[in-house]
Every structure is written in C-alpha cells, then in structure tokens.
Design a protein around this ligand. Structure first.
Ligand code: ADP
Length: 305
C-alpha cells in the first residue's frame, strides 16, 4: 500500500511535483502517466527515498519513506529507467551481489536468481552483462527489482527498450506479481503501455495530478471533456441524399455526390447507413477517422495543463 500525501518537490523555485495526493492499495497496478517533464521521475525518486520531498510525504506500508528509509527500501523493488549493473559480471553474479546487499545469504540468492532469470527470459545466458543489449539489461533490471521479494514494486518506463516478446513477458510478470497482492507502480509517457497493464491510472501534467481513477472511468471522463470529433468518409454508387442529425457538425459532398465527408460529435455511421439504405443508395464505403485514444489524452493534457 502506498500513500502520497500532499507531496511536492521544488527545484530552484519551480515545482516539479505539486501537491500530489494519492492512495494505491495492495494488489493494484497503478499507471503514472504524463508527458515528458510532467514530474513522473521526481515522484518516483521521492517514493523510493532517493530524493527528499520539499513538502508532504510518501508512506509505504504505513512507513514514512523519508523517516525510515532503510526499512522502506527493504520492502521496495525499484527499476529505474537505466539500471546500473557490473559489466564484467554475469546476470547470476550481479543478482548475487545485489542480493548480498539486501542481506540475503548465498543460498537464498541462488534460489532467487534460479526462479527469476527464467521468468525474465535470461535463463542460461552466461555472458557478462557488459555484452547485453538494452532489452536484456531491462529484463535483468526487472529481475533485480523482484530480487528481495518486495511488497511494493516501482518501475520507471519499464518497456522502453524491450522487444515485443519482452513486453509480453513483462506484462505477464507484473500481473502475476499484483495477483500475489503486491502493489505495483508503473510510470510511462506511453498511454498504450499504461492502459494495457494498469488497473488504475494517475495523470500528471506540469507536476499536478490532473486525474486519477480506474482506467475505464478515466477514459470515459476524458472522452466527455475532450473536443473529440469524428470524421466519417462515405463513398456510394448513387448520389447521396440530404442528411441531418443532431450530432452532425458539417457534411461536405463531392461534386458528383458519390462521396461525402461528415464531421460529427459522435460516431453516427449506423444512422448514416440506415439513411442511405432508406433512400435506396448503394454504399461502397463508410469509414471513421476518429481521434485515437492517444490523441484524446494528449488533447486532455493540453486542456488540463
Ligand atoms: P518526467 O519524469 O515526467 O519526464 P521529471 O520528474 O523528470 O519529469 O521532471 C519534472 C520537472 O522537474 C521538469 O521540468 C524537469 O526539468 C525538472 N527537474 C527534474 N529533475 C531536476 C533537477 N535535478 N534539477 C532541476 N530540475 C529538475
């Protein structure tokens, strides 16, 4: 369980994170979403105790991160954007090294890396980490974040370097971890990534949490607040008759009326198709060109930011 209470961080008088309050219960995958510079990394660094808040506090399982950093760090698994490993050591050796730092004995280290390396797809890779691709390093980073069997897992842009298989593996691992009742925070500027894996979302814009809640509610809310118009292209074999609808904003016929472009407030393709059928017009094409979810969210950031 994570609680952020009026969390703020100032750099030279500029608020990178501004009065952020949120509660993330056990078993939740919380997506921290926002464009670059929104304050995601700063929030995460405060959450894992690497920087101190200017105001407010972060609680992990009821413990104040800034006051009890050592105890809290033992309960947190953290994967930064770029994980530091010893390049001249293998994956097993690196994980053993970090496991020892967590106070694990050699036997426990061996058991953990034997469980985790197959999970992240690095089983049997013997070469030193210096020879790894970025994607392999990120896979190993995930294993490192899970090494001490933490109850809270925090991942900063976790899929930035992964190939499609790596992304699929990562999602499965995260879902399984949450099913065990652990709390997961995933930060990303990629909407699709967050929407695929998270059970709830917080949207940061210029340091402020401008929206939070379940993914479905948020998407609905944002859609309702966004100036989202749907463009519909029609192509017919016969001339198109006059058409009206309350959601219609404009309709532009081509000169022979065998085509038209409609701009509407909602997707009225069914009504258009019914209208054409009623007039005996033979349809050749009816396609929608709407704002993607990504574009809808971007327009929301601009509205909210
Ligand atoms: P995000 O992770 O969402 O891209 P960041 O948390 O990295 O955003 O940055 C939020 C804001 O804080 C940005 O304006 C950034 O320039 C500023 N910032 C981040 N770290 C520092 C720092 N160490 N010193 C000064 N400004 C910083």
């Amino acid at each position: 369980m994570i609680q952020l209470e009026h969390l703020s961080k100032e750099y030279n008088g500029v608020r990178a994170v501004n009065d952020l309050t949120a509660e993330i219960p056990d078993g939740e995958i919380f997506g921290l979403l926002g464009p670059n510079g929104a304050g995601k990394s700063t929030t995460i660094l405060m959450l894992v105790g690497l920087i101190e808040p200017s105001a407010g506090r972060c609680l992990v399982n009821g413990l104040d991160v800034a006051r009890d950093p050592i105890t809290v760090k033992q309960q947190i698994g953290y994967m930064p954007e770029d994980v530091g490993f010893y390049p001249s050591l293998s994956a097993e050796e690196n994980l053993t090294y970090f496991g020892r730092l967590y106070g694990m004995d050699i036997r426990t280290c061996t058991r953990r890396y034997s469980e985790l390396l197959p999970l992240v797809g690095l089983d049997g890779v013997k070469k030193d980490v210096g020879g790894y691709s970025k994607g392999m390093r990120q896979r190993l980073g995930l294993a490192k974040a899970l090494l001490n069997d933490p109850s809270v897992i925090i991942l900063d842009e976790p899929t930035a370097n992964l190939d499609p298989q790596g992304v699929a593996d990562y999602r499965q691992i995260i879902r399984n971890v949450a099913r065990e009742g652990k709390t997961v925070v995933v930060s990303s500027h990629i909407l699709e990534e967050v929407s695929r894996v998270s059970t709830s979302v917080g949207i940061l814009s210029a340091g402020r949490l401008v929206a939070q809640g379940s993914w479905q509610n948020l998407a609905r809310d944002i859609a309702a607040h966004s100036p989202c118009h749907v463009t519909i292209h029609i192509e017919t074999q016969d001339p198109i008759p006059e058409f009206s609808h309350p959601d219609l904003i404009s309709i532009a016929y081509d000169h022979e009326q065998h085509g038209a472009v409609i701009i509407a407030r909602s997707d009225i393709r069914d009504e258009v198709a019914d209208h054409l059928a009623e007039h005996g017009v033979r349809l050749r094409g009816l396609s929608r060109e709407g704002l993607s979810l990504e574009e809808t969210f971007l327009s929301y950031y601009q509205v909210a930011g």
